[in-house]
Ligand binder design. Structure first.
Ligand code: 5AD
Ligand code: SF4
Length: 467
């Protein structure tokens, strides 16, 4: 038998890239590859790239520079190292990547990961292989399933792609171009995947999609199902104690999703609902298809059915033409909503997107200053929520041994990390924890005496957010 070949994957960007990286590992396991944490010793290095902002793709090119040296060193030792670029930079730049970085052997777009074994062969015979078309077939049908030991090794929380692509065309965003139009996977396949995960120890699933609440996959009755219906079905899978979903668009929140939060106690009351800006003028220029008022209404609809619900969001500062007044409106919206977490970015023009053509720009100094002000506000809200947890008892799903010996780390419903001293057999269980203190963003506590392995709805007093 041939010795296993070593595979190193480095992922950038979003949760979907994390999921895709695992599927690439699964696809290549059948070819005799085993994963290694060290690029230098790998026979194949895959950079799973992100194109959403400038820095993300710049990082890829500097990493390719480093890999060139590693590849040369491997060759000196009589070993061949292949380098592949996958993900959204691969999709957006295609051949250009090989022109800029001739060290690359394979360029593969996100819809073609099931072709990786053939592409590697082609690179061996022809020197290079590039595939960035959108194939007609559904890659999920062809991507092999992870082996039980691979699922177990990945831990108790897993992502499951249910939808890919986006039809919204926000003017700043490359996703509709790199991931294509919206495609939803059929319910039965998703249920099979989730059952397999649950049978192998997974307790929390996050169903993901670029616009996950636009999900409209074929249901088991042959009709189109919404995300709300899908979540009802997934909540029934034995072993799944914490379903989540991400990322949602405010305009696609329908009554079935609200009903899922009303009817499913296990559905985590934490929703990532990006708004990008608090100014109607900028939202229109971004082609977000909703106003600030619409967004607040959506938040109110969620809060009406589940008072302990918390939100996170994404913000862009310095969108072309953003004035100080527009930015103040963003701060006002953040102050009004009260976020448990949020990500904020400086606008970065993406080639080929409509916003990249807009001439009015915001100066680098103004962008830096606005980003700092926004992050300070978001940080103060997050810290307030974390502080409010001190003294209360909160359900935590335990995930793994922490770096500090004897400690186990898990997460609350709001994804706050929580550490306790406890034996490792609590991993995979939801247990109440009495929170004693806060260390930066981590909660520290001890298992509450009435430990029970069942989820109970957190008390609403644990979070003091909202107007
Ligand atoms: N510039 C800055 N941030 C961006 N995002 C998407 N495109 C851009 C861009 N061109 C941010 C949005 C989105 C998140 C994933 O990345 O806030 O929600
Ligand atoms: Fe990009 Fe999200 Fe807008 Fe789709 S909805 S274009 S993924 S920002």
């Amino acid at each position: 038998m041939k010795p296993p070949r070593k595979l190193h994957i480095k992922s950038y960007g979003c949760q979907m890239n994390v999921y895709d990286a695992q599927r690439m590992v699964d696809a290549l396991a059948g070819e005799g590859f085993v994963e290694t944490a060290h690029a230098d010793v790998a026979d194949l290095v895959i950079l799973n790239t992100c194109h959403i902002r400038e820095k993300a793709s710049e990082k890829v090119y500097s990493e390719l520079g480093r890999l060139r040296a590693a590849k040369q060193e491997a060759a000196r030792n009589g070993r061949e190292m292949k380098i592949a670029v996958a993900g959204c930079v691969a999709q957006a730049e295609g051949e250009e990547i090989i022109r800029r970085a001739p060290v690359v052997d394979v360029v593969v777009g996100p819809q073609s990961y099931h072709h990786l074994p053939q592409l590697l062969q082609r690179a061996t015979h022809e020197g290079r292989a590039i595939e960035t078309e959108f194939p007609a077939e559904d890659k999920f049908v062809y991507l092999p399933q992870p082996k039980p030991d691979a699922i177990r090794a990945r831990g108790i929380s897993a992502f499951v792609t249910v939808q890919e692509g986006c039809d919204k065309f926000c003017t700043f965003c490359v996703v509709p171009y790199t991931r294509g139009t919206e495609v939803s996977r059929p319910v039965a396949r998703i249920v099979d995947d989730v059952k397999r995960l649950a049978d192998n120890g997974v307790r929390e699933i996050t169903v993901i999609g670029q616009n996950v609440n636009a999900y409209h996959g074929e249901g088991v009755d042959g009709r189109s199902w919404t995300l709300g219906r899908l979540l009802h079905r997934l909540a029934e899978v034995p072993g799944i104690v914490r379903p989540r979903y991400s990322t949602s668009h405010p305009s696609d929140v329908d009554e079935t999703l609200i009903a899922a939060h009303r009817d499913l106690p296990v559905l985590m009351p934490f929703v990532h609902l990006p708004v990008q800006s608090g100014s109607d003028r900028i939202l229109a220029a971004m082609n977000r298809k909703h106003t600030v008022h619409d967004y607040r209404n959506v938040i109110d609809r969620f809060r009406a059915v589940r008072q302990d619900i918390a939100f996170s969001s994404d913000f862009i500062v310095g969108f072309p033409g953003e004035t100080e007044e527009d930015f103040s409106a963003t701060l006002a919206l953040v102050a009004q909503i009260g976020y448990a977490a949020a990500y904020s970015f400086k606008y970065s023009p993406r080639p080929g997107t409509p916003a990249a053509e807009i001439r009015e720009t915001v100066s680098a100094t103004d962008m830096d200053e606005r980003l700092a002000r926004l992050q300070e506000l978001i940080d103060s809200q997050q810290t307030a929520i974390n502080r409010a947890a001190i003294g209360s008892t909160i359900d935590v799903l335990f995930e793994r041994a922490a770096r500090n010996a004897g400690q186990i780390v898990g997460r609350t419903a709001y994804l706050q990390p929580a550490h306790v001293m406890a034996p490792p057999d609590i991993i995979g269980q939801v247990l109440p924890v009495r929170i004693d203190s806060l260390e930066r963003y981590s909660l520290l506590g001890e298992l509450a005496p009435s430990a029970s392995a069942h989820f109970s709805r957190p008390e609403s007093s644990q979070i003091t957010i909202g107007a």
